[in-house]
Design a protein around this ligand. Sequence first.
Ligand SMILES: [Mn+2]
Length: 341
Amino acid sequence: MLTEKQYQQIKEELDNCQNPLFFFDDDPDGLCSFLLLYRYKKEGHGIVVKTHPKLDIRSAPKVEQYAADKVFVLDVAQLEQDFIDACKVPIIWIDHHGPHEMDNVKYFNPRLTKKDSNIPTTCMCYKVVQRDLWIAMLGCVADYCMPDFADDFKKKYPDLMNNEKSADDIYFNTKLGNLIKIFSFSLKGKPSDVMKSMKILTRIESPYEILNQETARGKFIFQRYEKMNKSYDSLLESAVKEEGREKLLVFTYADDKMSFTGDLANELLYKFPDRIIIVGRKKGEDVRMSIRSKNTLIPPILEKSLAGLEGYGGGHEYACGANVKEKDFREFLKRMKKNIE
Ligand SMILES: [Mn+2]
């Protein structure tokens, strides 16, 4: 956890700027972190970081383009020094990966004091602004965390969850879980649609506006989700059919449009909790993967399996992303199998 003083510091940073630029990770935790801070501040702009997992000099021109007077970096694992050096305004970095040591950035990361701490960025942002409880709960559960305000949420929104005791039960069995998928899918697809969805989400008044399609904007978000969910469901169905019996459950698909690997890997792990899940999407010469497990630490196995191959990867203890060239993919899988034995 961060200290009360740190939350206060972040709040002061937020209060003391006119036109902040928020860079956030391409997943519900990143999106919810942005929404919480933006909906409090009501100024500035949000940019979803598609150069996952890092923010580097390629994004630096945005700061001038938007004439930002402060930059917030949310839930992004790696912030490159070239970005920091090119950025002429203060940078506040709130995250729960790494940690890394960087100069000239105000870094808020609970792992600096406790290495295995895993508090979603959304949770920290909520402690700062203390409003929009439903968005806070959504982002936390999406990162598999049951926050200390879960009971408050249940009281306020009794129909969005039941008596689930774990985040993964909420994720796959409740209306809140449905909303997580809706938020996740709102970041996919045509950039102009993603922009529109983001804008809508900064203004939406309640979860029911989306779930019950109560307004035109709620309808837009919901119907976009429904359409994408058809392709998602058919991929999930194929993955389940191909599950096999080995410890490593591998599913790959070719799709140049939509990346569902993270969502699919999460749901497959829920269905097959004893397995280690790899979902890969072939894109160009690369296979982009999401890797999940319940109890096996992934980063050391991943690192060993990638050694000498053309690829990279990393992330959290039980959830990683990786990218290898298609020509190296078979070898990579062979090593993964060997290294988990
Ligand atoms: Mn996160």
